[in-house]
Design a protein around this ligand. Structure first.
Ligand code: PEP
Ligand code: MG
Length: 607
């Protein structure tokens, strides 16, 4: 497209609705912006008559989009069509993945001492003297210019994001994007301070108030690179920290101390500070600390959401008992997570993990998974098309962790997108080009993926699973395609089994035919449920009953007719109420997320 046609071209637009109960908040906005910035075209978002540059985090955040709000996303210029598609899918996925933080239910406990009620950030019990937050300002010799300090801060945040491999890494990406969006707005430290002061004042009392601590955090980081450092002072004996608020980056420092608990006055349960405290497992409450006296021994009961000052002897005994119980329960579930799970009648059930990459595979191993029941490969390379060598290396690193592994080929389409796989516009993408159908539309990408999996397998036993299969021929043709690739590269795939996900209702009626060709089945209850009820799984208002008898009847049909092993890898496999029913229907392998493994094993042991 030439300059003039690009310049004068009409923008392409789509309406997007915020479906997450948390709204379109800092973390998902940062992820959205980081992908928007990679597009060459102009990208804007309009809401209530305001149009902003959607490549700028601050501008996008200023729209304060909440659940139910619909905004118009427009792309103009080079590659606008592909960019719009990528961003639309990115947005839908971000909304889907943004789980609402649930308020923890308070336990009813009576204490004799004076109690101050609070809100639970992170459950647990702490008994220790109170310690009030103290900091000291250190001035260091420094020769960096403001611009250089900004650059250093951005690099540091990028490095922290890359280093931290858990879900909380996105907090650093969010701070990096936040700082990057200010780069062009301010020219010196004073301007940055003024900007942040104004922005924070505007956020006070709004739903985005929790973002103020991220602003303060990035300011502190820039100042540090200019030689003005705030050092927090902590005692070397056990303590419960009392502070108005903490900056997200201070949690890392706190973890190096003997902190037993934290009481904050001015945060919220979904602030980044709160998320990090929960991730670190530090018993923490939000409570009005003004009545608390420093250095006195208190009980922080973050089950009952109270701080008990001047606790009686019996209060202390009660809290110590509860704390012991916490430790035992944790140790018990944790110790048993590596043991296999048997029902009360002695039937052994395998508990596998659903993973997306090397880190989640490692976490799954630490959490006691016995294998990988579903490797969702579409999440391995979310941003750009990986080279063949990168794919092989990634699969090899995942395969090292377990003997029994099921790899699902790319499951793109519907609610899942990859920016480098362009799919034609469809009125109903959930019923369009998805999963196994990509072998017809994108044979090159699929060939490369299968080839990489075969090479990484190095002749080890492996299961390859095709998603969204609806007809027997689809499976047989794809398996032949796979065999041809192996022949072409002279790779022995005799130890590789081929199976299907059961996600499309037609398969329920074709099981006898599938029995003749597949090696195994895995029921994807997430998609199977949406197709059985014709309700989109990401629909903002329509909901299906995940425990509907229809799903169990479908499982029964499969279990009764299948002549090959059947596992379940949809969310239902980790559902406490569903597990006894699924086991009764003859299911012997459940594949669940890493964090659900210990719990799923305990549920099985109670059946
Ligand atoms: C499913 O559909 O149940 C499933 C496990 O696949 P995904 O959630 O990745 O679509
Ligand atoms: Mg699915």
């Amino acid at each position: 497209m030439g300059f003039f046609s690009t310049f004068f071209s009409k923008p392409l637009s789509t309406h997007l609705t915020v479906t997450s109960g948390n709204g379109f908040h800092l973390r998902p906005v940062a992820q959205f912006v980081s992908i928007a910035k990679k597009q060459t075209c102009k990208i804007s978002a309009s809401f209530k008559g305001q149009e902003i540059d959607a490549k700028k985090l601050n501008a996008l955040l200023s729209l304060s989009l909440e659940q139910g709000d619909t905004f118009l996303l427009s792309c103009k210029g080079k590659d606008a069509k592909a960019a719009l598609e990528t961003l639309k899918n990115t947005f839908i996925n971000l909304m889907k993945d943004d789980k609402e933080i649930k308020v923890v239910e308070k336990e009813d406990v009576h204490y004799e001492g004076v109690t101050i009620e609070g809100e639970i950030i992170s459950s647990g019990i702490a008994i220790a003297p109170l310690y009030c937050y103290k900091e000291e300002l250190i001035h260091k010799e420094n020769s960096l210019s403001f611009k250089e300090a900004l650059k250093q801060s951005l690099n540091e945040l990028e490095a922290l994001y890359r280093k931290r491999k858990d879900n909380n890494a996105e907090i650093y990406l969010a701070q990096k994007e936040l700082l990057a969006s200010l780069e062009t707005e301010v020219n010196g430290l004073q301007e940055l301070e003024d900007y942040i002061e104004n922005a924070s004042a505007q956020l006070l009392g709004s739903k985005m108030e929790a973002k103020i601590s991220d602003y303060k955090d990035i300011l502190q980081r820039v100042k540090k690179h200019l030689g003005i450092e705030i050092k927090v002072l902590f005692p070397d004996k056990a303590f419960i920290l009392l502070a108005d608020d903490l900056l997200p980056s201070q949690i890392e420092t706190l973890l190096e101390t003997v902190v037993n608990g934290v009481i904050l006055k001015e945060t919220s349960i979904n602030s980044h500070t709160a998320i990090l405290l929960r991730g670190a497992g530090i018993p923490s409450l939000i409570a009005d600390s003004s009545q608390l006296k420093k250095e006195s021994q208190v009980i922080l009961d973050a089950h009952a959401a109270v701080v008990v000052t001047s606790p009686s002897k019996s209060d202390l005994e009660k809290a110590e008992k509860r704390s012991e119980q916490d430790k035992k329960e944790k140790a018990f579930a944790s110790a048993r997570r590596f043991e296999s799970a048997q029902t009360t009648k002695g039937k052994q059930i395998k508990v596998f993990a659903n993973v997306t990459d090397e880190n989640s595979a490692k976490t799954a191993k630490e959490e006691g998974a016995e294998g990988i029941g579903l490797l969702r490969t579409e999440f391995l390379f979310k941003e750009e098309k990986p080279s063949f060598a990168l794919q092989v290396a990634a699969y090899e690193r995942i395969f090292e962790n377990f003997e029994d592994i099921t790899v699902r080929t790319l499951d793109v389409g519907g609610d899942k997108a990859l920016p480098y796989i362009n799919l034609q516009k469809e009125d109903n993408p959930f019923l369009g080009i998805r999963g196994i159908r990509l072998f017809k539309t994108h044979p090159d990408i699929m060939e490369e993926q299968l080839h990489a999996i075969f090479v990484a397998a190095k002749n080890r036993p492996l299961k390859i699973m095709f998603p969204m299969v609806s007809r027997v021929e689809e499976f047989t043709e794809t398996k032949e395609f796979a065999q041809k690739i192996a022949q072409k590269h002279q790779i022995d795939i005799s130890k590789i089994l081929f199976g299907i996900m059961i996600e499309v209702p037609s398969v329920l009626f074709l099981i006898n035919d599938f029995n003749k060709v597949v090696d195994f089945y895995s029921i994807g209850t997430n998609d199977l449920t949406q197709y059985l009820f014709a309700i989109e799984r990401t629909h903002p208002t329509l909901k299906t009953d995940v425990l509907s008898p229809v799903i169990f009847d479908a499982t029964r049909m499969i279990s009764e007719h299948a002549e090959k092993p059947v596992s379940i890898c949809g969310e239902l496999a980790a559902n406490k109420k569903a597990i006894p029913k699924l086991l009764k229907l003859g299911i012997e392998t459940l594949s669940v997320s890493a964090k659900s493994i210990a719990q799923t094993k305990e549920e099985i042991r109670n059946v």
